[in-house]
Design a protein around this ligand. Structure first.
Ligand code: FAD
Ligand code: FES
Length: 258
């Protein structure tokens, strides 16, 4: 896929460290798919779609800091939509997201409501001041909120909110957020793995399935093309939740900003 140039039409401040950018055309993505965003002179990085023409960026390092210095009228390079999206099946969906990982789930929830599915959301943030898209989720249905510092909702990590819900009552569970959170949810929902879809993060370089940077042990699943949305029953026996390849290809601690 050839890179294209896209102009920023709108910049929306979500929190002190999270921004949403509206680009100048719709990419017609499925929720869960991503783009490679080329920040000229800095880096090309993966970003999920938070809407057909939206990306939602958390400032963590050089490329995302550079995105925060861009404004309406500036242009970025884009390749996408890339990878697999979430598939909508059944009549009821439980969305479970943490941090900026809720971004593709808001987009997914809106698509699910549009086809008549019932949507329930379990969302976790460090604190209320870091909460993203609560209004979007509240428009879709019931929201269970957790915050690490107890500033709103249940005090604790995202999976603490599972006590308020019966995961087995949902036709499909959709996950996106820190890997340890997704791993914990999958572990707590043992036996339901075939009904859980997780949007996962690995170090993506080529995004076309040739470099091996994003592969998951032991099957070598290439997250950039076979993911980022992967059914949980393909994730339970390997590296997921334990380690991941870092920028140099060697094993890295399993933590995720997404
Ligand atoms: C499929 C996918 C979708 C993503 N969607 C979003 C999103 O919607 N919003 C968002 O804020 N972030 C998203 N991310 C994470 C985002 O790509 C990183 O935060 C970004 O690349 C950081 O770059 P940096 O230069 O600012 O920070 P750096 O300091 O270079 O990196 C900070 C951390 O970001 C991760 N990272 C850096 N480069 C890459 C890369 N090429 N591929 C994967 N991870 C990387 C690593 O964990 C690294 O430790 C997504 C990642 C993936 C794989
Ligand atoms: S990023 Fe190169 S194979 Fe996936």
């Amino acid at each position: 896929m050839r890179p294209a140039s896209s102009v920023i039409r709108e910049v929306l401040e979500e929190t002190e460290s999270v921004r949403t950018l509206r680009l100048d055309h719709s990419f017609d993505p499925l929720p869960g798919q991503y783009m490679m965003l080329w920040v000229r002179g800095v880096d090309e990085i993966p970003m999920s779609f938070s809407g057909p023409d939206l990306i939602t960026v958390q400032r963590v390092g050089p490329a995302t800091r550079a995105i925060f210095s861009l404004d309406v009228g500036d242009s970025v390079g884009v390749r996408g939509p890339l990878g697999t999206g979430f598939s909508l099946t059944g009549r009821s969906a439980l969305l479970i997201g943490g941090g900026v990982g809720v971004a593709p789930l808001a987009f997914l929830g809106e698509r699910a409501r549009a086809v008549g599915m019932e949507v329930t959301s379990l969302l976790g943030f460090r604190s209320t001041s870091e909460a993203v898209f609560l209004d979007r989720f509240r428009r879709l249905g019931r929201v269970v909120l957790t915050t690490d510092d107890g500033s709103e909702g249940i005090c604790g990590h995202t999976s603490a909110g599972l006590c308020e819900l019966d995961p087995s009552a949902f036709d499909q569970i959709y996950l996106c957020g820190p890997e340890v959170m997704m791993w914990d949810v999958i572990r707590r929902c043992q036996g339901m793995e075939s009904r859980i879809q997780a949007c996962i993060s690995r170090y993506i370089k080529c995004a076309i399935g040739v470099c091996g940077s994003c592969c998951i042990d032991p099957d070598g699943i290439r997250v950039c093309v076979e993911g980022p949305v992967i059914r949980a029953d393909r994730l339970t026996a390997g590296e997921f939740g334990r380690y991941r390849r870092g920028p140099s290809g060697g094993p890295d601690v399993c933590k995720s900003v997404h």
